[in-house]
Design a protein around this ligand. Structure first.
Ligand SMILES: Nc1ncnc2c1ncn2[C@@H]1O[C@H](COP(=O)(O)OP(=O)(O)O)[C@@H](O)[C@H]1O
Ligand SMILES: Cc1cn([C@H]2C[C@H](O)[C@@H](COP(=O)(O)O)O2)c(=O)[nH]c1=O
Length: 214
């Protein structure tokens, strides 16, 4: 039975790597699929992993209608067994519904990968719809870590090194980025306290004192 699976994790938790591995494993067994993504840091129509792998993908835009795209492929005689959908937090709720329909009516597996919540801890609309509709939501096994060593569960945005909780929901960027806008993964405790690694270092520069701010 085909499935809609949502692999969710914080930024930098290995989602794109798993997306590439998933595509590789299915392709190696002769299954035919497409890779979709939206707003990957590597540029338009690219899927990139921090482990260094990068491949061509189909770019999702606000006009993409997955049902139509697959119908057209099938009209041209192309078999589609599965879809790998990266950066799925950026898809619209309607696009997630089209993916669910493909699973149910065309018996196509859909493997979606994305972060659930934004820098304000609010759900992305696409991720919310995925949580609502997916057959399974899988949390990635590799743990990304907060600076304190706890499992990172939340994404923080910094502007010029300072954590912010207001701004546009979508700003493409990276962790450990040197630019104006960057991201850092934190445990909930430190997200709520707005305490990034930089803040903790400034408050408690010595190792003994660091224990106090945890
Ligand atoms: N130099 C490295 N050596 C080993 N693993 C790395 C290295 N750089 C990044 N990684 C791994 O890659 C993960 C990020 O993978 P990626 O697929 O880009 O994440 P995501 O798509 O979730 O943002 C990190 O959590 C880390 O486990
Ligand atoms: C938290 C958050 C993230 N983003 C952007 C930043 C990146 O471009 C992607 C996440 O990519 P990754 O492969 O999971 O690292 O999302 C955003 O636009 N808004 C946010 O709040």
């Amino acid at each position: 039975m085909a499935e809609l699976v949502f692999f969710s994790g914080t930024m930098d938790s290995g989602k794109s790597t798993l997306a590439l591995q998933t595509d590789h494993n299915h392709r190696a067994r002769g299954r035919r699929g497409f890779i979709f993504t939206r707003n990957d840091r590597a540029g338009v129509a690219r899927l990139s992993s921090r482990l260094g792998l990068e491949v061509d993908a189909r770019e999702v835009t606000e006009d993409t209608d997955f049902w139509q795209v697959i119908a057209t492929e099938r009209q041209h005689g192309h078999v589609v067994d599965y879809l790998v959908c990266d950066e799925a937090q950026f898809y619209s709720p309607e696009q997630v519904e089209q993916l669910a329909r493909l699973v149910d009516e065309v018996e196509m597996d859909v493997f979606a990968f994305g972060i659930t919540a934004d820098f304000r801890t609010r759900l992305f609309p696409g991720s919310a719809r995925l949580v609502e509709l997916a057959d399974r939501v899988e949390v990635l096994q590799v743990q990304s870590l907060c600076w304190c060593g706890a499992r990172a569960t939340h994404n923080a945005r910094t502007v010029d090194g300072v954590m912010v909780v207001e701004g546009d929901q979508v700003v493409v960027g990276d962790v450990d980025a040197g630019g104006e806008v960057a991201y850092e993964v934190l445990c909930r405790r430190h997200h709520m306290r707005r305490m990034t690694a930089g803040t903790a270092r400034r408050l408690a520069p010595s190792e003994g004192a660091l224990l106090d701010v945890r």
